[in-house]
Write a protein that binds this ligand. Structure first.
Ligand code: ADP
Ligand code: MG
Length: 668
């Protein structure tokens, strides 16, 4: 046993070796998949932001847009208004010549911080308003030049209860005390050819960049490392033949028997039956299944995964059903448990935001084998979680998981069967590169009784008729989604602003509610339930509802600022309507810059055709579907920009095969 004197951390030291990380924090980090110093160092920031550019008021007034500006001025006016629970604090800042408006919405405490006649520094962006440029909710420090300009600050995906500042200080501590510098297996000339820094430099610059370029290069070096490991595993996997045997023999009854067991409220389509037969056959094999199921939005993939889980559970194997967002995991759990429990199977839900007591209960149940099927987010694969006999993993919307996350999940899966599902097709060659051996099934037809969806790009003049149209649909008992890409508030535009506006319009009598990713899960679930039950007919939401939400009475989807969303995402969103056999509409508001995208959606409602078209247009399309969501930690990157790295990783490993085992060797 090592003595208890403070140790210099090594890559594989537990996080708790760092001062400031006690058991509770260690547990919180674990939920994000961070348990060792190495995992902390390789935790890639979700983004970096410039602390801002310092400028004078008159320069600033000309710079509306996304850039963060730092300026100062004297407070010449201060006005505070309250409307019920909402409030507005309006400030006017001047340098003697120009004036700038600064506004804080719903932060009544802010008014205490400002005194007329004093000078303040602000950091924020300028947005346009009817009355001229406006700085909404900027960062403030009293005095002139009181905010630092010109540095770059990373933001991490973090578990609840862990702050950005804490992570930054832990990273500093780890980097300053690390036992040995990180070795780089790549040679100097290999790095030079790729124009990338060495790993130890990259790790420093990933977390403490001096410029955006430094951060971007560092991120690419770290990504390359992950891709090298991934490729090394794929190569290794390809050599080990046959694959590890399954721990459990799955009983091979007929698809019909499995379907009967779940007492489905509908009949499977021919395509579904065929794929189910394939799954049942795969599961009965002594080698683990590795299958990717592709099918357009609403094609009915979930039920196939459920039938497969019930087959596995019937043979006493445990199943893990993973989704990329908590919302989707909850939806799957809520909509599936009735069927599964009626068939005598025990279900549970496990997500990062559940209270500890509940999580512990589920962990115990999984370890003891008291739970047959667990639904959840990537918390399902945290290292400390033990399954009694995990036999089958389902990963829904798999394209939303990061490359490296998928690699880790595959590892966790071990000898378990694996079913990946996606609505975004991936070309087979690319799938092979990323996953090694993978069979692909395609679900082409959709269940009968689906109403057609009419998609229209609305011009401003159509807007006047929209309320009337929506009122008619809702009078007929139908329901409406109103989607805004941004949360936003008030003048800023976005879901909160739309909610405010619609709740004060004639449409409010049909009931309105608001759902976005920053709500507490209980609140969000409650509001969605009210919509699902039809008590509320108009749901205003961000794209959190992109996947999973299933309300047959919803027939209209309105999307604001649609130019901010990609084709695949728009298609996925519109798949929320047209689920109940009634005629449905998808109405897009968006800038003409995205005209081509809107016209394609107007003409075509087949997700595969759209994906292919999307690929063709962007040239690099193989990579559609590998885009990643910003909602998870881990290696978040768009492979579109980093395809060259994937290819470089392949090339490096084939010219220097000895790298493979070196990469996979556990750290010192
Ligand atoms: P996706 O493939 O996008 O994941 P889902 O599995 O969520 O689609 O299915 C969409 C809806 O279609 C669900 O409400 C599901 O119950 C329903 N569904 C699935 N299969 C059938 C079928 N054969 N007949 C009728 N409805 C079906
Ligand atoms: Mg689905």
């Amino acid at each position: 046993m090592k003595n208890s004197a403070p140790l210099a951390p090594a890559l594989d030291s537990p996080l708790s070796i760092l001062k400031g990380v006690g058991p509770a924090r260690a547990q919180a980090f674990e939920r994000q998949g961070i348990e060792t110093i190495g995992e902390l160092l390789f935790h890639v920031p979700r983004r970096v932001d410039s602390s801002g550019r310092a400028c004078n008021l008159d320069e600033a007034l000309a710079c509306e847009g996304p850039e963060t500006l730092i300026l100062h001025g004297e407070l010449s006016r201060k006005q505070f208004k309250r409307f019920g629970r909402r409030s507005t604090l309006r400030l006017t800042v001047t340098d003697g010549e120009c004036e700038l408006e600064v506004v804080y919405f719903n932060q009544p405490w802010q008014r205490e911080r400002f005194e007329r006649g004093e000078v303040y520094s602000f950091a924020g962006r300028l947005s346009a308003s009817a009355k001229g440029p406006l700085m909404v909710a900027p960062k403030m420090a009293p005095g002139p030049n009181a905010l630092e300009a010109g540095s770059w600050i990373p933001t991490y995906s973090l578990p609840k209860g862990v702050g950005q500042e804490l992570v930054r200080s832990l990273l500093r501590l780890a980097l300053d005390t690390l036992e040995a510098p990180l070795p780089d297996l790549l040679k100097a000339q290999e790095l030079a050819a790729l124009e990338l820094p060495a790993l130890s430099v990259a790790i420093e610059q990933l977390h403490f960049p001096q410029s955006l370029k430094e951060f971007q290069d560092a991120r690419r070096r770290v990504l390359l490392q992950d891709l090298l490991m991934l490729q090394a595993r794929v190569r290794l996997g390809a050599q080990v033949e046959p694959a590890p045997a399954c721990a459990l023999q799955i009983e091979s009854s007929t698809p019909a028997q499995h379907a009967a067991r779940l007492a489905l409220p509908f009949v499977l389509t021919a395509g579904q039956q065929q794929i189910l037969a394939q799954l049942v056959e795969d599961l009965a094999q002594p080698v683990p299944m590795r299958r990717l199921l592709q099918g357009d939005v609403g094609a009915g993939k979930t039920v196939l995964a459920l039938l497969a889980t019930s087959a596995v559970a019937a043979s006493a194997g445990q199943c893990a059903f993973m989704a990329p967002t908590e919302l989707l995991a909850e939806q799957h759990y809520e909509s599936s448990r009735r069927l599964l429990e009626a068939a005598g199977l025990r279900c549970a839900l496990l997500t990062g935001s559940q209270p500890n007591a509940l999580r512990n209960l589920t962990s115990k149940g999984l370890a003891a084998g008291d739970i047959d099927i667990v639904f959840g987010t990537h918390a399902l694969f945290s290292k400390s979680l033990r399954y009694k006999r995990l036999a089958f993993c389902v990963i829904d919307e798999q394209q939303r998981f990061g490359v490296a996350q998928r690699a880790r999940l595959l590892e966790k899966g071990g000898a378990a069967h694996l079913l990946l599902m996606t609505a975004t097709p991936i070309p087979r060659t690319l799938a092979l590169t990323i996953y090694g051996n993978l069979e692909v099934s395609i679900l082409r037809e959709k269940p009968a009784g689906r109403g057609p969806i009419k998609t229209r790009w609305l011009r401003a003049k159509d807007g006047a008729r929209l309320p009337q149209f929506l009122a008619e649909r809702m009078d007929a008992g139908e329901q409406v989604y109103w989607v805004c890409p941004r949360i936003g508030a008030q003048e800023d535009g976005g879901a909160e602003a739309a909610f405010e506006r619609l709740s004060n319009s004639d449409l409010a009598k049909h009931g309105t509610t608001l759902v976005h990713g920053q709500l507490k899960p209980e609140v969000r679930a409650e509001r969605l339930d009210a919509f699902r039950r039809g008590e509320v007919q108009l749901l205003i939401a961000t794209t959190v509802i992109e996947v999973g939400v299933d309300v047959p009475a919803a027939t209209v989807m309105v999307i604001e600022e649609a130019e901010r969303l990609g084709l695949a995402q728009l298609h996925q969103l519109r798949g929320r309507v047209g689920r109940g056999g009634k005629r449905s509409w998808c109405l897009l508001y968006g800038k003409p810059t995205a005209r081509e995208r809107f016209e394609l959606l107007e003409q075509c409602d087949d997700g595969f055709v759209i994906a292919e078209e999307d690929l063709r247009r962007r040239g690099m399309g193989e990579l559609a579907g590998l885009r990643q969501s910003g909602e998870l930690g881990g290696m978040l990157t768009s492979l579109e920009d980093d395809l060259d790295l994937l290819l470089a990783a392949r090339e490096l490993l084939s010219t220097r095969p000895e790298l493979g085992p070196q990469l996979l060797r556990p750290g010192p």
